[in-house]
Unconditional design. Structure first.
Length: 130
């Protein structure tokens, strides 16, 4: 009967239980090289890249557009929308709103697409899932 070790933050299984890829790892440690070489880990990295790179590019374009408009389109940014609120102020506040929306989108994405893949990798590695 295999029992889990309680040492360390990521409790590893004892050596009598199979580990990721069938390779024996050091006592109390998962085989990180086998995990990194696995198709499950490759899929995890692919999922992360498919979200992070496009989202980062989109935000950088949005941010640089705001900066360039602020620097070179003074008349456009100074146009009054209502009362004392102008286009520049709305676009500046939009930066904060977009940051919150990206954070919420990543949180949702991680819960639905990343966390299940991490749990699968941890299971195959013989680690306890949270």
């Amino acid at each position: 009967m295999a029992t889990a070790s309680t040492t360390g933050r990521h409790a590893a299984v004892e050596s009598d239980q199979s580990v990721f890829g069938g390779r024996p790892a050091a006592p109390g440690r998962p085989d990180f090289e086998a995990i990194q070489d696995s198709p499950e880990f490759t899929e995890l990295r692919r999922r992360l890249r498919r979200f992070i790179f496009p989202m980062t590019a989109l935000f950088l374009v949005w941010y640089l557009t705001y900066v360039l408009l602020s620097a070179y389109a003074h008349a456009f940014m100074a146009q009054q929308v209502f009362g004392l609120v102008n286009v520049g102020l709305l676009l500046g506040l939009g930066q904060f709103v977009s940051t919150v929306l990206i954070t919420l989108a990543y949180n949702r994405f991680a819960r639905r697409r990343i966390d299940p893949q991490v749990a699968l990798i941890r299971t195959h590695a013989g680690l306890e899932t949270k």
